[in-house]
Design a protein around this ligand. Structure first.
Ligand SMILES: O=C(O)c1ccccc1N[C@@H]1O[C@H](COP(=O)(O)O)[C@@H](O)[C@H]1O
Length: 206
């Protein structure tokens, strides 16, 4: 069954709602140019309220290694998601499992994957305007091709409307969504979160 990460959590209410809806992982954005930015202390206060068996992911963009590792310790992160131009060596020095994000423009965007020894490749749409969280979709054929190199987490413009088609076609290890399940930037819409998770995990109605 496809794993689901709900990213851009900024409140305890949204965190517990997403967990109750069946999320496998929650994402906290430690990138201060994001509308979903959360500070370390605020994130730690939410994370300490989470039940067991939910993975906690910290998202960083071109952050200092020391900051990544100290935030991971402070907040009890399980996984680090690196969404900038971090090198293979940088990923190796992170003291957590790493999901390295690649912003896909076309098949040539997949060439660097082979250099990275990481827990999963997260594929997102390329945008010249932002590092992620844009709601833009890329050509899923690239995600299908990337599965030859390792675990793929599909992201980029996923919504309750397209997630069943995405999971059926790509059959990724997991999916990640931020803007597609929001009521407004940084605030999740409970109905969208529930429908998204249900359809990601059960794309074919029984
Ligand atoms: O969510 C953000 O604000 C964000 C900022 C900077 C880098 C990545 C970000 N989010 C990640 O982007 C993808 C796609 O998001 P969306 O569903 O299209 O809105 C996803 O992996 C988020 O974790």
């Amino acid at each position: 069954m496809t794993k689901v990460k709900i990213c851009g959590i900024t409140s305890e209410q949204d965190a517990l709602m997403a967990v109750d809806a069946g999320a496998d992982a929650l994402g906290f954005v430690f990138f201060d140019k994001s509308p979903r930015f959360i500070g370390v202390e605020a994130a730690a206060r939410i994370i300490e309220k989470l039940p067991p068996f939910v993975q906690v992911v910290g998202l960083f963009v071109n952050e200092d290694l020391d900051v990544v590792n100290s935030t991971a310790d402070c907040c009890g992160l399980d996984i680090v998601q690196l969404h900038g131009e971090e090198s293979p060596e940088f990923c190796r020095l992170v003291r957590r499992r790493v999901m390295k994000a690649f912003r896909v423009r076309g098949p040539e965007s997949l060439t660097p994957l082979a250099d990275y020894r990481v827990a999963a490749y997260l594929l997102d749409a390329y945008s010249p305007h932002a590092y992620g969280g844009t709601g833009e979709v890329f050509d899923w054929e690239c995600a299908i091709a990337a599965k030859q190199q390792g675990r793929v987490v599909l992201a980029g413009g996923l919504t309750p409307e397209n997630i069943a088609a995405a999971v059926t076609r790509v059959q990724p290890y997991g999916v990640d969504v931020s803007s597609g399940v929001e009521a407004s930037p940084g605030k999740k819409d409970p109905d969208k979160v529930r429908r998204f998770i249900q359809l990601a995990k059960h794309p074919h109605p029984i």
